[in-house]
Design a protein around this ligand. Structure first.
Ligand code: MLT
Length: 211
């Protein structure tokens, strides 16, 4: 069953008790269906919550507006991050969920990072696949040991290595427990992303993940 909430979304209930739910956040041009197979691979049996970004860029769904490739509309990033955090709260009530771990790719990773900056309590942790620094200001709250995995590509034409390194430093300074790996790949996902994310999630989302 899928409740009528503030984002179009897919929800799949848990079949294994005690695993942290995953919040799946697609890249530009994706939708709520895209990352469900990845969610099943990364955390078999976990509840999956997968919203569709509300911004349309020439018909391609996104989670916030941008002015050009890698140049974000910062006010929109802030507003949309808060809006998505509110959706997470709605969904937690509707589906009786613990705080989710975000798994975001590209634009989805960037909005997940923006939620960590603005509303850290909305997430129990995050896997950020090809993320960039989402906002120029420092995170507003204490990330209090939140586990964060950042996977970057050394040949990524969209995310400069320096930018992902800066995101790692900023989240670490705000108290997150960040693991950053740079893979010999481009912007697209690779089998190494799946393997590393799964290993990391097996530890981070084990029973009694933060509620
Ligand atoms: C973004 O706009 O979030 C990044 O440039 C990644 C992308 O969606 O291409």
């Amino acid at each position: 069953m899928t409740a009528a909430l503030s984002f179009i979304h897919r929800f799949e209930p848990a079949t294994v008790p005690g695993l942290a739910p995953l919040l799946l956040l697609h890249g530009t041009g994706g939708d709520e269906n895209d990352l469900l197979p990845l969610g099943h691979m990364l955390a078999p049996g976990a509840a999956l919550l997968s919203p569709r970004g509300k911004v349309s860029e020439g018909g391609a769904p996104r989670f916030f507006r941008r002015r050009a490739e890698g140049v974000f509309d910062l006010d929109d990033v802030r507003r949309r991050a808060d809006e998505l955090a509110e959706f997470i709260r709605e969904a937690r009530t509707a589906y009786d969920l613990a705080a989710p771990i975000a798994v975001g790719f590209s634009n989805g990773a960037n909005i997940a990072a923006a939620i960590l900056y603005r509303q850290p309590d909305a997430l129990a942790g995050a896997v950020l696949l090809r993320a960039m620094v989402p906002l120029p200001e420092a995170p507003a709250g204490d990330l209090a040991g939140r586990p964060v995995l950042i996977l970057s590509g050394s040949m990524d034409p969209i995310v400069p290595a320096e930018n992902a390194g800066r995101l790692t430093a900023v989240l670490g300074q705000a108290g997150a427990n960040v693991d950053h790996r740079v893979l010999p790949v481009g912007h697209g996902l690779s089998q190494a992303d799946v393997n590393l994310s799964k290993q990391w999630l097996d530890k981070a989302s084990a029973p009694a993940a933060r509620g």
